[in-house]
Write a protein that binds this ligand. Structure first.
Ligand SMILES: C[S@@+](CC[C@H](N)C(=O)[O-])C[C@H]1O[C@@H](n2cnc3c(N)ncnc32)[C@H](O)[C@@H]1O
Length: 303
């Protein structure tokens, strides 16, 4: 039988010189869509990520690739694929243990007291920029451990969102290796995971149940306006990639997404200094959080 050799397009080496003006246009497009800003020194990162997509499309010039992102029929799909390449998803379980201590010792008792006065005993958490799911799974473990103690009589759910489709797919599968689990105790591993071989553990149904994953771009105002009634938002190590204007916009959304009395947690190297003055900074052992005071607690202040 004759062997048919597929007539493949010749392999191309994309021109990924970060100095090419088309990369500045791509940089501005990515910024407008996602809030992620590549300064001049970081353009080499953008160009190397574009090079992967350009190679996949067998496109040689950045100008032609810009056309794929803006004018061709599949531009929305291509933009999403490029965003999947660009975002940085570094994360692991129990990355911010001091935040959990602050929740247990101060924040949850305070919120439960205020909300306990109304009949609906439900708490809503949002992990914005959850990457491959380690943060919401950590939060779910923490809340499940408190279910019969601090949270007796309460229900809770966790909205976990990201921009990156590949990360969300991995988060939904909930399969993790030692790198992600390195700070997770044996007791937690036994209780909330099952062994799926190849030195991997998968979140069990108990752990998955409170989490709902969704794709939300933090720069998408229409989606951001829709998220309401949240008690606590975690947006850790996400806004570090944003410029000041995009940060401000996202943080203003968070302020209106939160219920009065709610809290916003950010990463340990992040702060809202000169970004926003609606929230009040609260210090806890080993961490800080931003508090949206209730009108009574704010003493009739402006917000
Ligand atoms: C470094 S990870 C942080 C993961 C986790 N929050 C933590 O602290 O361990 C940053 C995440 O932010 C997401 N991200 C970046 N820009 C975003 C945007 N505009 N909307 C939603 N998610 C975004 C990335 O896809 C990435 O998964």
């Amino acid at each position: 039988m004759p062997i048919e050799i597929a007539r493949a397009k010749p392999l191309v080496t994309p021109d990924s010189n970060p100095g090419d003006p088309a990369f500045l246009k791509i940089r501005d497009l990515i910024y407008r869509i996602s809030g992620i800003y590549h300064s001049e020194e970081k353009l080499y990162l953008l160009s190397s990520r574009c090079a992967r997509r350009m190679a996949a499309l067998r496109v040689t010039s950045p100008a032609e690739y810009f056309e794929h992102l803006t004018m061709r029929g599949n531009r929305d799909v291509e933009l999403r694929l490029l965003l999947n390449e660009i975002t940085i998803g570094e994360t692991y379980m129990f990355r911010h243990p001091c935040q959990l201590d602050a929740l247990r010792n101060v924040i949850l008792p305070q919120i439960l007291q205020v909300k306990g006065l109304i009949s609906l005993k439900r708490l809503r958490f949002w992990c914005a920029g959850c990457s491959t799911g380690e943060e919401p799974h950590t939060l779910a473990m923490f809340l499940l451990e408190e279910k019969d103690k601090l949270l007796a009589g309460w229900t809770f759910d966790i909205l976990a969102t990201d921009l990156n489709d590949n990360s969300l797919e991995a988060a939904r599968a909930g399969i993790y290796g030692e790198y992600a689990l390195r700070s997770t105790s044996d007791a937690m591993r036994r209780k909330y995971f099952k062994d799926v071989g190849d030195k991997k553990l998968q979140a069990n149904d108990l752990l998955k149940a409170p989490i709902h994953f969704d794709r939300i771009n933090l720069r998408d105002d229409s989606k951001m306006l829709f998220q309401k009634g949240i008690d606590i938002i975690f947006c850790c190590n996400v806004l570090i990639y944003f410029d000041l204007a995009s940060k401000r916009r996202v943080v203003q959304h968070f302020y209106s997404n939160l219920l009065p009395g709610g809290y916003l947690f950010m990463g340990s190297a992040e702060s809202l200094f000169q970004v926003d003055d609606s929230f009040r900074l609260v210090h806890f052992p080993g961490t800080t959080a931003y508090w949206k005071a209730t009108p009574a607690q704010a003493g009739g202040g402006k917000k």
